[in-house]
Design a protein around this ligand. Structure first.
Ligand code: ADP
Length: 603
């Protein structure tokens, strides 16, 4: 295909352009996916966070109520009122130990108004609190003011993280001591499983106190104020006095937080940003792939359409070419047609010319025949004239001798002879006339007799025997009386001419047969027959083998023309036994009314 390469390049270029135009569509897709997966993740994390917060608060609240209740127990108050009583001390220790065992608290201890521990649940252990003073602890300070003391910090002896609840034990309005419950927080941290999400509990200073990641523990999530530093230095809640700043990678985490008003803590859950990024990437990739597939499909469709259009164009071109070829051919044919028409016209013209020439020729032939026959004609006329004269003279003599009957016989003979003469003259006139009569029914035998009559004298002089083989019944043929006699006269004259040189016996045979094609009249002589050349050319005008005095070469030409005009044919041949045979093929006709046609009457 010649148009392939120039078209292909722009097409792929436009597809690339389309792809470039459609690519920004992926951005809203990314936004949507991000929003969707973020909200999904945050919903999930919110639930986790809620669960954890509930758990944490639940474990704290369980112990929150313990200090005021325990502070009212007489066994413990007894120790405060009688610190020197060892029994009371032992009882208090046992009680605290027992309660601790029942509640699951880390430790429970009782301090006097000065902050010295009088009884503790861990009184049996080597690091027992008994005898130790915790007046410096903030929870103690708060409790003695009459509030519920709360504090997060490390155990001074155990170093373990704990949350302290402290309540004042009062005698009337006087604070006589404080009861402290320490809750172990390590367990709440272990509740957190090994999930990709991370837990973070920060205290009011923004320092991480509980976390699922050990390296984040006791790190500050924000810069500390001077006041906070002083407090940290005073209360020592962390293993370090200078908590290092926790630096989290920007955008690496998706954070959700909840603050706990009663403790001042903030619980946060950190989900790796990848958790959103990965499905978003997948969605965008799927979107991109879909887009690519769409563009490829579009390309494919465009290509198919282009092929379709090309095929249509090729078809149209082929049709146009065909139409042009058809037009060319039509034009050629029209030219040819015009030429043919012209040729037909020319031929018609030529034919007319020919007909005219033939007509002239016939006329000329007639005149020539008239000339050549004039001698015998004059002889034919002289003979009856002489006879008439002698009959007339005889009749005069007979009348003189009163022999009227004989004279009448002579006059009758004179009448017959003049009739014959007028017939000869009529023949001559008819011969010279230009006739265009349509063929009519003509009796063949009388016409033949007439023609023979004209040549009778010459035949007799040449001693030519006439052998007739003609049916008795009149043969009716389609012809013109004069034309037929003219043809017969010519053919018979030629036969006599041929016999001139011939030694006797000289013969002429006349025969006729009838068949479905018509009537065939044969005129045969026993002369020398046609020479090879004459057989071929005898019908041509002016072809003659005779001397100029004898022949003009028009006889057979005229005969041929006349025969054709009559719808018949003239055949020339040589007889196997020698001599010429001329056959006239004539059309059969219905029997006519008289033996003399209108041609003769009009003449
Ligand atoms: P013309 O008699 O004046 O020569 P025609 O046309 O009648 O002209 O005859 C043409 C020629 O045909 C004659 O010259 C002669 O050679 C030949 N021909 C015609 N009739 C006969 C015949 N019966 N026998 C032999 N030759 C003939």
């Amino acid at each position: 295909m010649p148009t392939d390469s120039p078209l292909r390049r722009p097409r792929w270029r436009s597809l690339l352009l389309l792809a470039a135009l459609l690519t920004p569509l992926l951005w809203p897709l990314q936004q949507l996916a991000e929003r969707y997966y973020s909200s999904e993740l945050s919903e999930q994390n919110r639930q986790t966070l809620d669960l954890y917060v509930a758990n944490l608060l639940g474990s704290l609240r369980r112990y929150e109520v313990l200090p005021p209740i325990l502070g009212d127990l007489p066994a413990l108050r007894g120790v405060l009122t009688h610190p020197q009583n060892l029994d009371a001390q032992v009882r208090a220790n046992q009680l605290l130990e027992e309660v601790r065992g029942q509640t699951g608290a880390d430790s429970i201890y009782l301090m006097d108004a000065a902050g010295t521990t009088l009884a503790a649940s861990n009184w049996r252990q080597p690091d027992s609190f008994v005898g130790r003073n915790f007046a410096f602890r903030p929870y103690y300070r708060e409790a003695v003011t009459g509030h519920l003391g709360r504090f997060f910090g490390l155990g001074t002896t155990s170093g373990k993280r704990g949350y302290y609840f402290a309540a004042a034990v009062k005698e009337g309005d006087t604070v006589i001591g404080a009861l402290v419950v320490k809750v172990d927080l390590d367990t709440t941290e272990t509740l957190w499983g090994k999930t990709p999400e991370q837990l973070l509990v920060t205290d009011s200073n923004g320092v991480v106190i509980l976390t699922s990641r050990a390296e984040w523990r006791f790190r500050a999530t924000r810069a500390l104020s001077e006041q906070e530093r002083l407090e940290i230095a005073a209360n020592k809640p962390y293993p370090t006095l200078e908590p290092q700043l926790l630096k989290l990678r920007e955008n690496a985490w998706i954070v959700q937080s909840r603050s706990l008003a009663e403790t001042g803590w903030t619980v946060s859950i950190l989900a790796p940003a990848e958790q959103v990024a990965r499905p978003v990437q997948t969605a965008v990739a799927v979107g991109g792939a879909t887009l690519l597939v769409l563009i490829l499909l579009l390309g494919l469709m465009m290509q198919r359409r282009r092929h379709y259009l090309e095929r249509i164009a090729i078809d149209a071109r082929a049709r146009r070419e065909l139409e042009i070829r058809v037009l060319d051919r039509t034009r050629d044919l029209e030219t040819l047609n015009t030429r043919l028409k012209n040729e037909v016209l020319e031929r018609e013209h030529a034919q007319q010319e020919l007909l005219r020439a033939q007509d002239e020729l016939v006329q000329a032939g007639k005149l020539s025949a008239l000339g050549t026959m004039s001698a015998s004609i004059s002889h034919e006329l002289n003979q009856p004239l002489a006879a008439i004269r002698s009959y007339a003279e005889n009749a005069t003599v007979l009348l003189d001798h009163q022999r009227t009957d004989d004279a009448r016989g002579n006059l009758k003979l004179i009448g017959e002879l003049t009739g014959r003469m007028s017939s000869i003259i009529a023949h001559l006139r008819a011969f010279a006339r230009r006739d265009r009569h349509a063929p009519e029914s003509v009796a063949l035998q009388p016409a033949l007799d007439d023609a023979l009559a004209l040549l009778a004298k010459r035949r007799r002089a040449m001693d030519v025997e006439l052998i007739r083989d003609l049916p008795d019944a009149t043969l009716w043929v389609q012809a013109g009386e004069t034309r037929l006699r003219q043809v017969l006269g010519n053919v018979l004259a030629n036969a006599l001419d041929a016999l001139v040189e011939k030694a006797p016996p000289r013969r002429i045979w006349l025969s006729a047969v009838t068949d479905e094609q018509g009537v065939q009249l044969s005129i045969r002589d026993n002369g020398p027959g046609f020479s090879v050349d004459a057989l071929k050319r005898a019908r041509e005008p002016f072809f003659t083998t005779k001397t100029s005095a004898q022949g003009l070469g028009l006889g057979l030409a005229i005969c041929e023309t006349l025969m054709r005009a009559l719808g018949g044919e003239l055949q020339l041949a040589n007889h196997p036994e020698g001599g010429a045979v001329l056959t006239l093929h004539l059309r059969a006709a219905a029997p006519g009314v008289n033996h003399h046609s209108s041609e003769d009457l009009s003449a």
